[in-house]
Design a protein around this ligand. Structure first.
Ligand code: PGA
Length: 256
């Protein structure tokens, strides 16, 4: 049994108008807004963050953003900063998602700056790492993940490291319906835990939650979530409907 509370985070990506977001979050709050067995986070698009924050008031469900700029303020047209997210009571921010890396050119160095900025502003980064299909087939999965974890967390102090969440998301499993096998996922999660031991020591490594992401859904979640080093899920597609998202929270709560 693990001392880490499971975490289920919904990454809504570029989906939902504010009205749709509000309807979805209302259903989520009704179903799981009072439970404390599982930490639940929803990450809507920027346009509905504030309304969703208001809907979450008084519930146990937390608010996350999907990205942010590394600077606190300034002439960065179109960007949003960590202090702005804190000001609307966000607690988490997804950083370095593979879609940001692939379509928006985010490098490990940039992701690292964002991680540092998030932590400085009391936001918990959900740092995403994971290999592409070509990298897996070339046998370089662990090397790729190691680089992304080490570079992403460079300069993070031991004290702050425990509040980081890592999401292992094999790129080939995201939105494809192809889920990693429990063995494939657990192998990488255990490897990441080992890296954290080397970087920050046992106590911190034991506290950090490592989520799995990539086509996680109610049918495959129980087996994945039962793995020793899988502490929850970062959910895309299945987070867009209250029913499947709530089922995932229930699946996480059932693991003892
Ligand atoms: P998916 O997305 O659940 O739709 O595969 C996961 C993610 O990209 O975080």
């Amino acid at each position: 049994m693990s001392s880490r509370k499971k975490l289920i985070a919904g990454n809504w990506k570029m989906n939902k108008t504010s009205a749709d977001a509000l309807a979805l979050v209302a259903d989520i709050v009704t179903a799981v807004g009072r439970q404390t067995d599982v930490e639940v986070v929803v990450c809507p698009p920027f346009t509905s963050l504030e309304k969703v924050a208001a809907e979450l008031e008084g519930s146990t469900v937390k608010l996350g953003a999907q990205n942010m700029h590394q600077e606190a303020s300034g002439a960065f047209t179109g960007e949003i900063s960590a202090p702005m997210l804190r000001a609307i009571f966000a607690t988490h921010v997804i950083l370095g998602h593979s879609e940001r890396r692939a379509y928006f050119g985010e490098t490990d160095a940039l992701v690292n700056k964002k991680v540092i900025s998030a932590l400085k502003n009391q936001l918990r980064p959900i740092l995403c790492v994971g290999e592409t299909l070509a990298e897996r087939e070339a046998g370089s999965t662990l090397k790729v993940v190691q680089t992304q974890v080490e570079a992403g967390l460079e300069g993070v102090s031991k004290e702050l490291a425990a509040s980081v969440v890592i999401a292992y998301e094999p790129v080939w499993a995201i939105g494809t319906g192809k889920v990693a096998t429990t063995e494939q996922a657990q192998e990488v999660h255990a490897f990441i835990r080992g890296l954290l031991v080397k970087l920050f020591g046992d106590t911190v490594a034991t506290k950090v939650r490592i989520l799995y992401g990539g086509s996680m859904k109610p049918s495959n979640a129980p087996e994945l979530l039962a793995q020793k080093d899988i502490d929850g899920g970062l959910i895309g597609g299945a987070s867009l409907e209250a029913r499947s998202f709530v089922e995932l929270v229930t699946a996480a709560a059932a693991i003892k």
